[in-house]
Design a protein around this ligand. Sequence first.
Ligand code: C5P
Length: 235
Amino acid sequence: MSRRARRWAVVVAAGRGERFGGSTPKQYTALLGRPALAWSMSALLESPAIDGVVVALAPGDRRWSRLPESRNPKVLACTGGDRREASVARALEALAPLARDGDWVMVHDAARPCLRREDLDALVSATRRDPVGGLLAVPVPDTLKVDDGGGRSARTVDRAGLWRALTPQVFRYGLLRRALAFCIERERSVTDEASAVEALGLRPRLVPGRADNIKLTTPADRVLAEAILRAGRRT
Ligand code: C5P
């Protein structure tokens, strides 16, 4: 029997985050007293558009079971892989008994704790009838330089038409599995789902999002993320 297309979320939290430093992996760093991963999941868990969430964890992760989110009946955990795309592929495998090819899957970085509900809703409505799917993205505001390998600017890149890719990124379950398998088999490195889908010759929709949906990368981002989350509480 046919059923409506469901919408799943995958949160990738299996990275080591080496540029972030410290002994706590960045997905568990405390932001206003709450782990980044819990913040990153909150908009997804609050959204009635999402039927379930799969979290991909690092092997041997002992922090996850301490989070209240680990006991949420809408949440399933699995072990991730050695690269981001392998972690997404594992999460999609874990969804196999529940998901159909026509269902939507929204992939979000655990390292992006400042995702707002309004951005999630904008992504859902902009892609609802899209044949490919899409991603939150922000037009690049700065002038871009290419270095000469010796610390000097060799040339300037025209920023017109350039975007920063954010997450969530949303694609149909079947398409995303095919795209990731295509790239993994060919050992093509992909840093997001959209690039895997582009490798199949398709063009994901760019959905303008908020520039403050930042990714925790260096220790300075922690301070910035806390300021963004604090400001979000007031709006
Ligand atoms: O390292 P980077 O910041 O690009 O990672 C983006 C997201 O992908 C993070 O949330 C990280 O935990 C996740 N990741 C993963 N499995 C890996 C590498 C990264 O789930 N092997």
